[in-house]
Design a protein around this ligand. Sequence first.
Ligand SMILES: Nc1ncnc2c1ncn2[C@@H]1O[C@H](COP(=O)(O)OP(=O)(O)O)[C@@H](O)[C@H]1O
Ligand SMILES: [Mg+2]
Length: 307
Amino acid sequence: MLVSTPAPTSAPVRVGIVVTDSYPAEDLDHDTAPVVAGLRARGIDAEATVWHDDTVDWSAYTLLVLRSPWDYPERYDEFLAWLTHVEQVTHVLNPPALVRWNLDKRYLAQLADLGVGVVPTTYRTSVDDVRADLAAFAADAHVVLKPTVSAGSRDTGLFRADDPRALDLAARIVGSGGVVMVQPEIPELSAGREKSLYLVDGEPSHAIAKGALLAPGGGLIGGVYQEHPEPVASTDDEDRFARGVLAAVQQATGLGMPLYARIDLVDSAEHGLVLLEAELFEPALNLHVAPAAVTDLVVSAIEHRTR
Ligand SMILES: Nc1ncnc2c1ncn2[C@@H]1O[C@H](COP(=O)(O)OP(=O)(O)O)[C@@H](O)[C@H]1O
Ligand SMILES: [Mg+2]
């Protein structure tokens, strides 16, 4: 007798690209559409999913890729609760443990301890401590104040060290339960020479320059947060630096290589190559200004992680 055994069925691969449902016109998500299209072209059931959509069954996904949930700072506790939920029911990248580590820029101090060059920073929980820091600068020196939990230059200000508005900002950050970062102004940043290097599975893929953002005296150039990403080449030194940052991240966290990373750095005359932030959570990849091959690289990396 011929017994037919059913072919082993594996659950179909389903990838959710985690986004939100609205973006300001000056800060659009240019990455999700080409990534979803690229995954579908490879036969993967991929779609964009809004992180705060209550109707979604997150366990139905093989993999969730955090990409542009850019309204999370306004819904911080809700976002953290969502992250805790989804990591229990499916695979999430970059890993939630890495995201939580990356949400508070005090990770910069850990990376500095591991030998990474970072912008000199103090972390202050009282306005008096900030006042003392500012008093140690020359009165006409410029400083930058920002909270340790921020994105999109929120509550980030460039001031003369003796400008009372600097302390107003410090008071606002402390008053909302935050920690103030105090940094000297890096003139190369104000001159628009910040470079963002992207790494996919730890390999440098492309780089952009994004121009100056802060207006002296507080606030943003042009009044709104608007990056002007320009594709640029990265130097061997910068690539090496960025790889070193990711090695230090892995050492600090005990976690594996991130699927994607954006390493923001600047070549400072005074401090050398220094890290401004390592964005391991929701960096815009700027695929719309990158070579087409970069989209393929990202799609391949995601496909690989579904196996
Ligand atoms: N120490 C600094 N000197 C000059 N400009 C700075 C400094 N720190 C930040 N900036 C400017 O502010 C922007 C936002 O700061 P950043 O630390 O990158 O925070 P965010 O998480 O909001 O991107 C930077 O892209 C840069 O243009
Ligand atoms: Mg930044």
